[in-house]
Design a protein around this ligand. Structure first.
Ligand code: GLA
Length: 372
């Protein structure tokens, strides 16, 4: 960010009353399983979103995004458009009626790395601080998910908000999305995470996502289970028509891969990532050609154990597991082959001190560990 970027005080003429931040996430394994009660293995990425806010005493929210260089004015109590619903939804669901001045800055790339969840969790943390709300970190995740459903219109699972609220960059968060039981596990022994942005904007991601969700709900209904989590084996799917069989086979096989991966060393973990990508490409059909190419380049690199798309798909980011100590070089090698639209995300290509600009308040609240 340039040093001249306007701070909260530059935009609103006084310091903020509260500020918080929350990270994006990369999902290492367990894709499109979290709305069928399945298992996921996300980790936080170093990039994060910062939200600073203060009551303005009026009746209109002023929402300033440093990234867009744009201010949206939304009457308090209304939802608004663009990035506004992520913030106004958080206000509505926490019962905040005041009109707010809000300043947002983020270095989480959009597309597969949960920039939306990072904005929701950072906003909710700032509101929790300002109003001293008795909410745990899990409560924040559940509210963030309701913002997606009720204000944004994407029927997302719970993975992204749980990861942004509870994960860190040094572990993977093994989450049972049915019970929300969770455990922090070390990253696969001998491996190092690489995340690249394909530069392919996600088109129709919301509608494609909701369609997939309806398809697997229909598969579960036909099989007589409440969620595909309860299907023990792909052999049990034989009665389904072809399309639903392939969709369900992805979910059931992906859950099995996560359980195999929990304590796997990097070479086995990498194989499971490769199998996950093949399943997302052929059975779930949420990849696009350029993402498949980027994954293939990573998989062909001699220092890479495995690679796959990450997040909802339809464009966006990819993740790989590289031999320890090689991640930066792998990212540079592969991007040189892929082309200029690709971008290195992890390891960050810049010093962490230059990540999302702070609003001007010195202390920023992150995870506060309120008993969860
Ligand atoms: C999006 C959703 C998540 C999850 C992933 C796919 O990121 O927000 O809930 O379903 O897609 O695994």
């Amino acid at each position: 960010m340039p040093a001249s970027s306007p701070s909260f005080a530059d935009v609103f003429g006084r310091p903020p009353e509260a500020q918080a931040q929350a990270p994006g996430r990369v999902n290492l394994l367990g894709e499109h399983t979290d709305y069928q009660g399945g298992f996921v293995l996300p980790s936080a990425i170093p990039q994060h979103t910062v939200v600073a806010l203060a009551r303005n005493g009026g009746d209109t929210h002023h929402l300033y995004s440093l990234n867009y260089g744009e201010r949206l004015d939304v009457p308090a109590g209304e939802t608004g458009t663009g990035f506004a619903p992520y913030v106004t939804g958080c206000c509505a669901l926490t019962g905040v009626k005041d009109a707010l001045d809000v300043w947002i800055s983020s270095d989480v790339p959009s597309g597969g790395l949960s920039s939306s969840a990072a904005l929701e969790i950072a906003t909710l943390r700032a509101l929790r601080t300002l109003y001293d709300l008795p909410l745990t970190d899990v409560d924040l995740a559940l509210i963030g998910q309701r913002v997606e459903h009720e204000f944004v219109g994407v029927r997302s699972g719970i993975m992204d908000q749980m990861a942004s609220s509870l994960a860190d960059t040094r572990h993977m968060l093994f989450l049972d999305t049915r019970t929300l039981e969770r455990q922090k596990l070390p990253l696969p022994a001998g491996g190092e995470v690489v995340v690249l942005d394909s530069g392919v904007p996600r088109r129709l991601a919301g509608s494609g996502y909701n369609t997939r969700r309806s398809e697997v709900e229909e598969a579960a209904r036909r099989l007589g289970v409440s969620e595909l989590r309860d299907v023990p084996d792909v052999a049990a799917l034989a009665s389904l028509p072809d399309l639903l069989l392939r969709r369900a086979r992805h979910v059931v096989s992906e859950n099995a891969r996560v359980l195999l991966a929990l304590h796997a060393p990097a070479p086995l973990f990498g194989e499971l990532m490769n199998a996950s990508h093949a399943s997302l490409r052929s059975d779930y059909e949420v990849t696009v050609p350029r993402v498949d190419e980027l994954v293939a380049l990573l998989q062909a690199h001699p220092d890479v154990y495995g690679a796959r798309m990450t997040g909802a798909g339809f464009g966006g980011a990819v993740v790989a597991l590289a031999r320890i100590g090689t991640a930066g070089q792998v990212a540079r090698d592969v991007l040189a082959q892929y082309g200029p639209e690709g971008q290195q995300v992890v390891p960050p290509p810049y010093p962490e001190s230059e990540s999302a600009k702070s609003s001007g308040l010195t202390r920023t609240s992150g995870a506060e560990g309120r008993g969860n």
